[in-house]
Write a protein that binds this ligand. Structure first.
Ligand code: GRF
Length: 196
């Protein structure tokens, strides 16, 4: 069975969606949920579902990304993951770390890439007056938010939308898109998922 590790930084709603779908699809098994924040609520949510967890506080390493990643690799490699899913993981990873998981590391980003890489994606879509927004699952490469697209989901931007209302609409689609992409990826199928 394909072994999947998930990296989170916060609530882990995407992580939960992946766990639930893996339990149903049964083609992959979650072997670790790890976070750069020991207080990430997602860690308790994963533990409550019986998934091993680990936390490596990036603040203990100052700005030394390589040292943080070396510490993160200890529990990560011990779990022997085949695939690494970034799910609300808010740390930029060095090319050294990315290359270690090249071709088997996924990320979900709350915009229709290549539109709006980086932060504040919903605010930027609203300011631009976009008619639609959405999310993208992509393979992680050393350049932030720019790897091959494995899936996209589109939602309408509605009159009166705020960052919060648009973000909630996109998040609901993230929870559908990421599991659908992982199901294909586990089977070696790189055909992009397009939702709705
Ligand atoms: C989501 O919008 C995701 O796209 C972004 O982080 C946000 C929170 O994700 N990467 P989660 O609820 O912690 O999964």
């Amino acid at each position: 069975m394909t072994r999947v590790a998930i990296l989170i930084s916060g609530g882990g709603s995407n992580m939960l969606a992946l766990l639930r779908d893996m339990a149903e699809d049964r083609a992959a098994v979650p072997v670790l949920v790890a976070s750069n924040d020991p207080a990430a609520p997602g860690l308790d949510r994963a533990a409550a579902l019986g998934v091993p967890t680990a936390a490596v506080d990036h603040r203990a390493f100052g700005g030394d990304r390589a040292a943080f990643e070396a510490a993160l690799l200890t529990p990560l490699l011990a779990a022997r993951p085949d695939i690494l899913c970034l799910a609300g993981f808010m740390r930029v990873l060095t090319p050294v770390f990315v290359d270690r998981f090249r071709g088997r590391m996924l990320n979900i980003h709350p915009s229709l890439l290549p539109l709006y890489p980086g932060l504040h994606t919903h605010a930027r879509a609203l300011v631009a007056g976009d008619a639609e927004a959405g999310c993208t699952v992509h393979e992680v490469t050393p350049v932030l938010d720019s790897g091959p697209v494995l899936g996209q989901a589109r939602v309408p931007v509605l009159p009166g939308d705020s960052e919060a209302t648009l973000g909630a609409r996109v998040l609901a689609m993230e929870h559908r898109l990421y599991p659908a992409v992982l199901r294909r990826f586990v089977r070696g199928d790189r055909t992009p998922v397009c939702l709705p």
